[in-house]
Design a protein around this ligand. Structure first.
Ligand SMILES: Cc1cc2nc3c(=O)[nH]c(=O)nc-3n(C[C@H](O)[C@H](O)[C@H](O)COP(=O)(O)OP(=O)(O)OC[C@H]3O[C@@H](n4cnc5c(N)ncnc54)[C@H](O)[C@@H]3O)c2cc1C
Length: 455
């Protein structure tokens, strides 16, 4: 019998799941990918600002986590992988740009000196005395990064180093993010007996780091991956076809989509968790109840093409301290970060807004005004004239990313474990929010389905 499998959600997780199923099941398997949007890719989205195509969702992937590089290599795209240049991001705080704290682990410094002029004397004394203060650590504790760092190193380190760093990845403040979920090396070092935050950070930094670039991206943007992955999956991709409900039926599943009921042997659900909760309410109520508890951190990106020849601050980006009183939370100075962009066209950058609990409600015109005003402020801080913006694109991600609160990973493991056979979950909620983690979750989901199908 030819297996029939549905994948709900055509973001990188759903498309990778479809591709992995095809590789394992061969040409005969019938694989349908349903997506509510008018194009596959989800948060992988390349749009035009005037003549320039730019990624307005994800724009890069970590290379030191292997899944994304392995996938693009398997798909024949290794020759299109580009590396960032040597510039580093700066922190905007106190009306000026500062070097990123370092040495540090996800913004948690190894001592006061790493913070430079971002903190005052009282904070410096607090950090330098931290190793001598007793630490009450319970192994496996479900604490937030913010709570731990605030207690040990003070508020300024959270606002001016950890918030900007983690906010760029998770669209949330350190107080809302679990330590084990988002800085697992630090949680592991404390679990293993480090007697202070300082010694935990120093222990991690003492381990040899792999060489080579940390990040990669695709020349031409993420649309290349979406195109090639969609094709290689050999799946029938069904845009503008939201799935409303999944029900069990005669050993398989029935999907309610586009007013029709469609039968499958197995289903991979690769939509955000709060959407998965609705789909799974009838067929996996326990998982659905857990998934429905995950909040969404929305965001928006304003892509800007600047007048040719515009000078940019000498950094790869600007991460904004959460106590700096600015509306934007980060600027990616794309042409500085990615040398291939500087070679091929006018200067481009992206201004990001929004995080958990601070949804982006302003209209497009207001966002464009805020982007221009904030850029003028940051450029002035770098001694540069306000940039002339020639073209823009506004992209909203109202659902954005799932929140990685303390205890999130254990809850998601429970949601996966309580699924009935023939159903699997993939996506940004399960193994990390980055593209490599999503690819890993998709391969795991595909393997579970293949194991379930009769040989
Ligand atoms: C602004 C921003 C920048 C980011 N930058 C990076 C980066 O540089 N590097 C990195 O590694 N990660 C980055 N990320 C994270 C990364 O992009 C995402 O975690 C990842 O792309 C999520 O993929 P996904 O397939 O799990 O989910 P999504 O991309 O959200 O895809 C889910 C899909 O499901 C569809 N869907 C929803 N409901 C239904 C339904 N009922 N029926 C059918 N379809 C449905 C949606 O239309 C969507 O296409 C960024 C995230 C954001 C928001």
């Amino acid at each position: 019998m030819t297996p029939r499998i549905a994948v709900v959600g055509g973001g990188v997780s759903g498309l990778t799941a479809a591709y992995a199923l095809r590789r394992r099941l061969g040409a005969d398997a019938a694989i349908d990918v349903y997506d509510a949007a008018d194009r596959p890719g989800g948060l992988l989205c390349t749009r035009h600002a005037g003549p320039v195509a730019m990624d307005v969702g994800a724009e890069a992937f970590i290379i030191r986590r292997p899944e994304a590089l392995a996938l693009v290599t398997e798909l024949g795209l290794a020759g299109e992988v580009v590396s960032p240049g040597p510039l580093r991001p700066a922190i905007w705080s106190g009306g000026r740009l500062h070097p990123m704290p370092r040495p540090a682990v996800m913004g948690v410094p190894d001592g006061a000196a790493a913070m430079g002029a971002l903190i005052g004397d009282a904070d410096r004394a607090l950090i330098d005395g931290e190793a001598a203060r007793p630490l009450n650590w319970t192994p496996g504790a479900a604490v937030s990064v913010g709570a731990l760092v605030r207690d040990r190193f003070g508020d300024a380190v959270v606002a001016r180093s950890v918030d900007p760093m983690l906010g760029g990845v998770y669209s949330a403040r350190a107080d809302d993010l679990g330590l084990a979920e988002t800085v697992p090396a630090l949680a592991a070092a404390l679990d293993a007996g480090a007697d202070s935050l300082t010694s935990a950070v120093r222990g991690i930094l003492a381990a040899p780091a792999p060489g080579g670039p940390v990040f990669g991206a695709l020349r031409g943007g993420y649309r290349r991956l979406v195109e090639v992955l969609s094709g290689a999956s050999g799946a029938s991709i069904l845009p503008e076809t939201p799935v409303h409900r999944i029900e069990a039926d005669r050993g398989g599943y029935v999907l309610d989509a586009a007013g029709a009921a469609r039968d499958y042997d197995a289903v991979i659900v690769a939509v955000p968790p709060w959407r998965a909760a609705t789909l799974l309410a009838a067929v996996a109520p326990e998982s659905a109840a857990t998934l429905s508890q995950v909040p969404a951190a929305g965001s928006a990106v304003v892509g800007c093409v600047l007048a040719p020849g515009t000078a940019l601050p000498g950094h790869s980006g600007i991460l904004v301290a959460s106590d700096a009183g600015m509306r934007s939370k980060a600027v990616t100075l794309s042409s500085q970060k990615w040398p291939h962009l500087a070679e091929s066209g006018p200067p481009v950058l992206r201004v990001s807004f929004g995080r958990l609990g601070e949804p982006v409600t302003a209209d497009d015109d207001t966002l464009l005004t805020w982007a221009a005003e904030d850029l003028a402020t940051y450029f002035a801080g770098a001694g540069l004239a306000a940039p002339v913006i020639e073209h823009t694109v506004v992209q909203r991600w109202p659902e954005g990313l799932p929140q990685y609160a303390p205890g999130h990973l254990a809850a998601m493991a429970g949601a996966r474990d309580s699924l009935p056979a023939g159903l699997a979950l993939a996506g940004a909620a399960f193994d990390g929010v980055g593209v490599p983690a999503c690819i890993g979750s998709a391969r795991r989901a595909a393997a579970r389905i293949v194991d379930h199908l009769p040989a």
